[in-house]
Design a protein around this ligand. Structure first.
Ligand SMILES: [Zn+2]
Length: 299
């Protein structure tokens, strides 16, 4: 929990990541399907495809984690990392891009990921500026709707979902291994979702992303959330139901003419626990309220 709070806070002020003691963070590897593993460390969960064609990773955490991430990958498969797919632009998912790219990996992401990483950003919810990323960290292959990788005997569908956690989110689906990486459209157990409204996120897009994830999964799908433990389709369905329930309560409050403070006083998120997560229940309610009353983006 503390780690997640730190992880997200650090993306608002990249130098903080270097000051904090990331040196004690271990990278843990969990194999979840043939040819697929998840790496847990500091920052977003990394999906790993390994096999005869080399390594493909989905997200790469913070720059100071890169050596340990590469060592952890080597314990699974000694081949180099050929591709990095970024699920979105946040620094706890893209901080390793420069190190991976300098070793020959091709960085792939939605075009809005490259656009946001190319200039200074401001995340209002965290009150922080994020400097532009170095040129070597930028995705070199970008797409609008999606791209498909045919490697390691599997088919990896990378598909953009509009205005969810940000405006550049992608889900990654391993067709044969039956694994789905949701990026930060899915925070599992550790905290209420972070809807980055400054980066084009929205509650309705978040719900649509969950719908897409549900459509792509079945009872045996291994679902990798952006943060938190590996989940099942039932977990994702419960998450979607939570989003719908809180959204409907906030929308009813708005329709009844209540203020945000009045809606928060009704504690619409309280039944779902997680009072101490990085995103507090009242803050999530505020995200939903702002998303419904001041939509910045159409999708
Ligand atoms: Zn994020």
């Amino acid at each position: 929990m503390r780690l997640l709070a730190f992880a997200i806070a650090a993306l608002a002020a990249a130098p903080v990541a270097a000051q904090q003691d990331l040196s004690k963070v271990e990278v843990k590897v969990e194999k979840i399907a043939p040819g697929v593993a998840v790496l847990f460390g500091a920052g977003g969960n990394i999906g790993l495809s390994y096999g005869a064609d080399g390594n493909i990773i989905v997200d790469d955490q913070y720059a100071p984690m890169s050596d340990r991430i590469l060592k952890a990958i080597a314990t699974v498969d000694p081949d180099p990392v050929r591709f990095v797919v970024n699920t979105h632009w946040h620094g706890d998912h893209t901080g390793g891009n420069e190190a991976m790219g300098s070793r020959g990996a091709v960085i792939v992401a939605h075009s809005n990921v490259r656009t946001r990483m190319s200039s200074e950003q401001f995340i209002a919810a965290l009150g922080g500026r994020v400097p532009a990323s170095p040129a070597g960290a930028l995705p070199v292959v970008t797409f609008e709707d999606g791209v498909t990788l045919h490697l390691n005997g599997d088919t990896l569908h990378v598909v953009h979902v509009a205005n969810a956690h940000t405006d550049g989110d992608s889900l990654v689906h391993w067709q044969k291994a039956n694994v789905l990486h949701m990026g930060d459209t899915f925070f599992h157990k550790v905290t209420f979702p972070f809807v980055d409204l400054s980066s084009g996120g929205s509650i309705d897009g978040l719900i649509a992303a969950a719908d897409k994830g549900l459509a792509w999964s079945n009872e045996t799908t291994g679902i990798i959330p952006g943060h938190g433990p590996v989940a099942t389709r039932a977990d994702l369905a419960a998450y979607r139901a939570m989003l719908i329930d809180i959204r409907s309560k906030v929308a009813a409050g708005i329709a009844a003419g209540r203020t945000l403070a009045q809606i928060q006083a009704g504690k619409p998120a309280a039944p779902y626990g997680m009072p101490d997560g990085f995103i507090k229940p009242d803050q999530f309610v505020a995200f939903v309220h702002e998303s419904l009353t001041k939509p910045k983006h159409r999708h």
